[in-house]
Design a binder for this molecule. Structure first.
Ligand SMILES: [Zn+2]
Length: 737
C-alpha cells in the first residue's frame, strides 16, 4: 500500500470488547483498501493472527474467500459470537435445571451470594461485592431487594462470614486447576496465579458450572460458550469499582476490586437480545473447493495452518501483528480449558512461560510463523500488516519479515494513526553470507543515514521520528541487511537491540548529518536549498482539488490527497484536518466543498482591496507607499519613511510558510479563515518558532477595520496586528468607535 489509508472506527466485538481494542486490529478501511489493491474476487485472503472481524467483513464484502486463524481459540470465539450470535436462552434453562445435590444448579449457585438488604434488612441477592484487596475483606455490596429494588450499602457480619466460608485454594480451585494443567507441570504455578485472579466464591460457582456444562448437548454447549466466556472475563477480581483500566500485564487485583455474582452475570449476558444472524463459518475444505465468498475460522498456530493449506493458495496475507500479551494469554489458557477441555488449551501452555512476553521472543515467533506460511502464498502474493504507531512493533515486525525473506515494498506512516507495511514474499531466499557484526553495523549505519537524508529532503520539513523510521525500515527491508541481522549468532547482542543501536548511532553520533529539534523530531544539520515544505504542498494540493469540483465526498477527497503524497511523503491527519477545515464547509455530513470566500474570484477581489487599503492607510499615516505590479502572485506593499522600510506587507490567500522561512521579516496579510491553519503549521514546524518573532500578522478583516477609520493613529494601527487582534475585541471596539 503505497498510499496511507486512515483508520476508521468499526464497532467493537460483541463480547470481550475491552480485550480486543479497535486500535490493536487492522482497521476496516485499511482491510478494504488492501484487499482492493492486492486481490481479485474469488481469491483467498489469510489473516493468520486474527483479532477482529474487520478483515473478514472487508473480504466478504468484496467477494473474496477468507481464512481467519489464531493460535488462541478465545479470539475466534469472540469473533464467531460477533458474526453469528446464537440465542442461548433455552441452553441456559437446561443448565439451570441440572442438579447439584438435591438443588437446582441455579438455586445452589445463587444461594452463595445471599445477603441482607442494607436498607430494610430483608433477605436479598447480592449482585456484587466490593473488596479491599490488602485487608482481604468485602466492604460494600450491591443488592437486588424485592422491597427496595437495586441499591448499594455497607456489608454486615454475615456477608464476611459467608465470604470466608470459601477456602482459598480449596476443592474448586484444584478441580479447575486440574482441568488446565497437570499439577507436576513446570507451569503449574503460573496456572495457580491465574486462578488466584478469582475469589474463592467465584471459583466455586465457575467450578459448578463448568462441571455441569460437560453433561449438556453439544448444541447447548456451543450456544452457552460466548456468554460463559464473557462471564469468566467479567467475574475476575481484576475489575475496579470505577472500571479504571488496569496496567496491562498484571494478574494482580486492583486495591479495590469487584466480585460479581457469576450466575446473575451469565443470566444477564444470555438475556441480552442477540440479533441472530444466519450463516456460519465454512469448513476449510468447502471454502477451498469453490470460489464463492466464504469464511473459515481455524484455531491453529501458523505451522499447523501451513500443513492444512494447499501450497500457493493465498493471494493476500493481511493481519495485525500479534503483540506480547502475557495476561490475556494466561487467562485465555484457563478459559479455553474450562470452556472446551484440557487438550484444546494445550497449544497455549507454552505461552505461560514468562520468557514469552518480550519483543525479542515475539519477533522470532512472527518470523517463524511467516516462514511456515511462505509455501502457502502465491508467487505474486503480498503481505500487509497494519498496526499502531509504535517503534517496538515496527522494529520487530520488520526484522521478523526480513528473517522470513519478505522484501518490503512500502511502509506508510501517520504517527497519530499508525503504520501500514507491505511486503512481497520471495520464494527462493537469497543465499546470505553471514557478515561480521562490525561490517553489518556499518552497513546499517550508512544506509540509515542516506535514507534519513533523502526523506528529510523530500519532505523539506522537520519530521517525526516514527515517520522517519518507517521510511528507514522500508530502505533496510529492501536490502538484505535486516535478514543478516536476524541471523546474528547468539552472542553479545540480540538482533533487535543490534539493529536499534546501529540506527541510533547513525542518527546521534557527532558526524551525523541529522539533528534532533526535540525528542521526537529530526532535521538536517545543514539543510540544502530545498523545495517547498510538505505542509505547503499538502495545503495547495487540497485547495486545487477543492477548486476542481463543486463538491466532494470527504473520504474521496482525502484519498486523492494521500495519492499525491505516497510512501514517506505521507502527511499527518492533523495537518490534513486543519487544511480541510480552513478551506471547506460541509453542506451535509460526509460531503465538503470550497468555501465561497475562498473561490479564486473572491480571493482576487480581496487581494486587490487589501492592496488598495494598505496604500490608503499608509498614506493616511504619512508613509511613502510602494506597491508591486498588480499581477504578481503575491502582492507586496511597503511603507517607508525617509527611504527606510518601516513595514513590508505580503498579501496572501494561503497559509504558506515557505515565505516566512525565506524572508527575514514583514507583515503577513491573510484571510481570517487561514489563521488557525497558520497557527497549526507554526506549531508543527520548529523552525518557524524563532522566525515568527520577526513577523507580524494582519488579518484582512482587521485591515478593513483600520481602513474605515478616518482618524487612524499609529497607536490604533498597532492594535490591528495578530490573529486575535485587540482591535477586534469587543472592549477595544467600544473605545474605538
Ligand atoms: Zn430492602
Amino acid at each position: 500500500m503505497q498510499y496511507f489509508v486512515p483508520s476508521d472506527d468499526p464497532p467493537p466485538l460483541r463480547i470481550l470488547a475491552e480485550a480486543f481494542p479497535p486500535g490493536a486490529a487492522v482497521p476496516l478501511s485499511v482491510a478494504r483498501a488492501a484487499i482492493d489493491v492486492y486481490s481479485r474476487p474469488g481469491d483467498v485472503i489469510l489473516d493468520p493472527f486474527c483479532n477482529s472481524v474487520n478483515v473478514i467483513q472487508a473480504a466478504l464484502e468484496a467477494g473474496r474467500r477468507v481464512i481467519a486463524a489464531s493460535f488462541n481459540p478465545i479470539n475466534l470465539l469472540a469473533i464467531e459470537a460477533t458474526l453469528w450470535p446464537i440465542d442461548a436462552r433455552s441452553a441456559l434453562t437446561h443448565l439451570a435445571d441440572t442438579h447439584k445435590g438435591a438443588e437446582r444448579l441455579r438455586d445452589h449457585v445463587l444461594a452463595q451470594y445471599a445477603a441482607r438488604c442494607p436498607r430494610c434488612g430483608k433477605a436479598a441477592l447480592a449482585q456484587a461485592f466490593i473488596w479491599d484487596r490488602d485487608q482481604n475483606t468485602p466492604l460494600e455490596k450491591r443488592v437486588q431487594c424485592e422491597a427496595c429494588g437495586e441499591l448499594s450499602g455497607p456489608i454486615d457480619e454475615a456477608d464476611v462470614t459467608r465470604a470466608r466460608r470459601f477456602e482459598p485454594r480449596g476443592l474448586s480451585f484444584w478441580l479447575l486447576h486440574a482441568r488446565v494443567i497437570d499439577r507436576q507441570s513446570e507451569e503449574a504455578d503460573r496456572v495457580s496465579e491465574i486462578l488466584d485472579a478469582y475469589t474463592p466464591r467465584n471459583l466455586a460457582a465457575i467450578g459448578d458450572i463448568v462441571l455441569k456444562i460437560d453433561g449438556l448437548s453439544e448444541a447447548d454447549r456451543s450456544a452457552l460458550r460466548p456468554a460463559l466466556l464473557a462471564t469468566l472475563e467479567a467475574c475476575t477480581s481484576l475489575h475496579s469499582p470505577d472500571d479504571i483500566p488496569r496496567p496491562a500485564g498484571s494478574l494482580r487485583a486492583p486495591p479495590r476490586f469487584v466480585e460479581r455474582n457469576v450466575w446473575l452475570e451469565l443470566e444477564n449476558l444470555c438475556r441480552t437480545p442477540a440479533l441472530v444472524h444466519s450463516g456460519a463459518p465454512a469448513p476449510l475444505m468447502t471454502l477451498l473447493a469453490s470460489d464463492q465468498p466464504a469464511v473459515s475460522l481455524l484455531a491453529e498456530p501458523a505451522r499447523e495452518l501451513a500443513r492444512l493449506l494447499p501450497p500457493k493458495s493465498i493471494q493476500l496475507l493481511l493481519s495485525h501483528p500479534p503483540l506480547p500479551r502475557p495476561t490475556f494469554w494466561s487467562l485465555s489458557t484457563a478459559w479455553t480449558a474450562w470452556l472446551w477441555n484440557k487438550s484444546a488449551a494445550g497449544g497455549l501452555l507454552p505461552l505461560l512461560s514468562h520468557k514469552r512476553t518480550n519483543w525479542d521472543w515475539q519477533w522470532r515467533a512472527i518470523a517463524s510463523a511467516l516462514s511456515a506460511l511462505q509455501a502457502t502464498l502465491k508467487d505474486d502474493a503480498r503481505s500487509v500488516m497494519a498496526f499502531a504507531g509504535d517503534e517496538s512493533i515496527l522494529e520487530s515486525v520488520s526484522l521478523a519479515a526480513a528473517a522470513a525473506h519478505h522484501v518490503i515494498e512500502h511502509a506508510v506512516c501517520d504517527p497519530h494513526d499508525g503504520l501500514r507495511v507491505t511486503w512481497r514474499p520471495t520464494h527462493a531466499p537469497p543465499a546470505i553470507a553471514p557478515e561480521p557484526s562490525g561490517l553489518l553495523s556499518t552497513g546499517i549505519h550508512t544506509l540509515a543515514r542516506a535514507a534519513a537524508r533523502r526523506i528529510l529532503r523530500d519532505r523539506a520539513e522537520p519530521t517525526d521520528q516514527l515517520t522517519l523510521h518507517a521510511g528507514l525500515f522500508a530502505a533496510l527491508g529492501q536490502s538484505d541487511l535486516l535478514a543478516q541481522a536476524a541471523r546474528l549468532p547468539e552472542g553479545e547482542q540480540l538482533p533487535l537491540t543490534f539493529v536499534r543501536e546501529s540506527i541510533k548511532a547513525a542518527f546521534t553520533s557527532a558526524d551525523s548529518p541529522l539533528t534532533a529539534l526535540d525528542p521526537h523530531t529530526w532535521w538536517l544539520k545543514d539543510p540544502p536549498s530545498l523545495q517547498t515544505p510538505l505542509a505547503d504542498r499538502v495545503e495547495l494540493a487540497l485547495l486545487e482539488l477543492l477548486q476542481s469540483r463543486v463538491e466532494w465526498p470527504s473520504d474521496d477527497l482525502l484519498r486523492e490527497v494521500y495519492r499525491r503524497f505516497p510512501d514517506h511523503l505521507t502527511p499527518d491527519r492533523w495537518l490534513l484536518a486543519m487544511c480541510l477545515h480552513s478551506y471547506s464547509d460541509e453542506p451535509e455530513a460526509g460531503r465538503v466543498r470550497l468555501r465561497a470566500e475562498d473561490s479564486a474570484q473572491a480571493r482576487a477581489i480581496d487581494s486587490v482591496r487589501a492592496r488598495h487599503d494598505l496604500e490608503t492607510v499608509g498614506k493616511r499615516l504619512g508613509f511613502e507607499v510602494m506597491a508591486d505590479q498588480p499581477e504578481a502572485e503575491r502582492r507586496r506593499v511597503t511603507w517607508r519613511q525617509s527611504g527606510e522600510i518601516v513595514h513590508a506587507f505580503v498579501i496572501t490567500a494561503t497559509a504558506e510558510i515557505d515565505l516566512l522561512l525565506h524572508q527575514a521579516a514583514g507583515v503577513l496579510v491573510l484571510p481570517g479563515g487561514r489563521a488557525t491553519l497558520l497557527q497549526h503549521k507554526i506549531g508543527r514546524d520548529v523552525r518557524l518558532k524563532k522566525v515568527m518573532d520577526a513577523w507580524q500578522l494582519l488579518k484582512l478583516s482587521s485591515l478593513r477595520h483600520i481602513a474605515e477609520d478616518t482618524d487612524l493613529s499609529l497607536n490604533t494601527f498597532a492594535l490591528a496586528f495578530g490573529l486575535e487582534p485587540p482591535i477586534e475585541q469587543p472592549a477595544t471596539q467600544i473605545r474605538l468607535w
